[in-house]
Design a protein around this ligand. Structure first.
Ligand SMILES: [Zn+2]
Length: 316
């Protein structure tokens, strides 16, 4: 199945690349109204995608910086002003930004507002039982799925600023090529861990797409949205699972308080087993700007490297 998926991605990239070669590159300076496009994005991952596709043509403001949890994020007055005065707004959709739905709806009547998940084939989306029939919004964890979000960014920029369509197509083709390599890298790294050790325990249920794409069983302490409360029963259940499966390491997330995972670690200890905290993963937010983890590619590499290191170390 992975083989098929990889081939489809390659075909997609080839299609982009061939449109990219037609026609000449156009001037970077003369644009719609002769100005760059002012873009506001919610998460850093989306901001990074817009920068990669838009290049010099866009000026990107990201509302949710390092460590910020999009499930709980409430727009400030300043955010609303920034959005209202932007040319385009890009958000994830699928209720990731659970407290901002109404704002996007209002904004869409005056600003071009795009959900990057909107073009993804619903057949590829997951509907975890615990999420009450809604789609899981964490699409960036499967690089091949995120490529479709990048394609949605490209389509929106092409539509908004047709005069520079070639630039967006070429940039998107180059970036998607990079993501094909990244997807392969995560697959290769994951395969270093034997199948029964590929269990990922994290602070919240963000890793379903990751698990499906790269062959991990995933368990999160909190639900799909961090807005859900964690009860003592959840902690005990997961502690039992860890002890039973003798899971060597679990992971904290930069955008979720570590106290839940620490409580879980204590619960496991009280059952006579030791589970390590294998490191910090960038789940719903990227790292600091200017660091490798401050980009989507860097955060994905950091996550798989951290997971493999922790699970291999203790398994060997
Ligand atoms: Zn999340």
């Amino acid at each position: 199945m992975n083989m098929m998926k990889t081939m489809m991605i390659l075909m997609l990239v080839a299609a982009f690349a061939s449109c990219g070669r037609q026609g000449e590159a156009q001037s970077q300076t003369a644009g719609k109204d002769g100005k760059v496009i002012r873009v506001v994005t919610t998460t850093g991952m989306i901001g990074d995608a817009v920068k990669n596709v838009g290049g010099d043509r866009v000026e990107v403001t990201t509302l949710m910086g390092p460590g910020i949890d999009p499930h709980l994020y409430k727009a400030s007055e300043g955010d609303v002003t920034r959005m209202a005065s932007a040319n385009m707004i890009f958000y994830n959709g699928l209720h990731l930004e659970g407290k901002m739905g109404e704002i996007f709806e209002k904004m869409s009547s005056r600003v071009k507002t795009v959900a990057v998940a909107s073009e993804i084939d619903p057949a590829l989306l997951q509907t975890p039982e615990a999420y009450e029939g809604n789609f899981d919004p964490h699409i960036w964890f499967d690089v091949s799925l995120w490529m479709q979000a990048v394609a949605a960014v490209k389509d929106a920029l092409v539509e908004y600023d047709e005069a520079h369509a070639e630039i967006y197509r070429q940039n998107a083709a180059a970036y998607l090529n990079e993501l094909v390599t990244l997807h392969q890298y995560v697959q290769d790294q994951a395969e270093r861990i034997n199948a029964e050790t590929r269990v990922l325990v994290t602070a919240h249920d963000a890793f379903n797409y990751f698990g499906t794409a790269y062959g991990f069983q995933v368990r999160g302490l909190q639900g799909i949205s961090t807005a859900a409360e964690t009860g003592t029963a959840d902690v005990q259940d997961l502690a039992d699972f860890i002890v039973e499966r003798r899971i060597p390491a679990m992971f904290v997330e930069t955008s979720v308080s570590p106290r839940y995972i620490e409580a879980l670690q204590a619960a496991v200890k009280s059952k006579g087993f030791e589970v390590e905290i294998g490191g910090k993963l960038f789940s719903d937010a990227m790292g600091d700007p200017g660091t490798p983890e401050g980009t989507y590619v860097g955060m994905v590499r950091h996550n798989i490297d951290t997971i493999v290191k922790a699970l291999l170390k203790v398994a060997s």
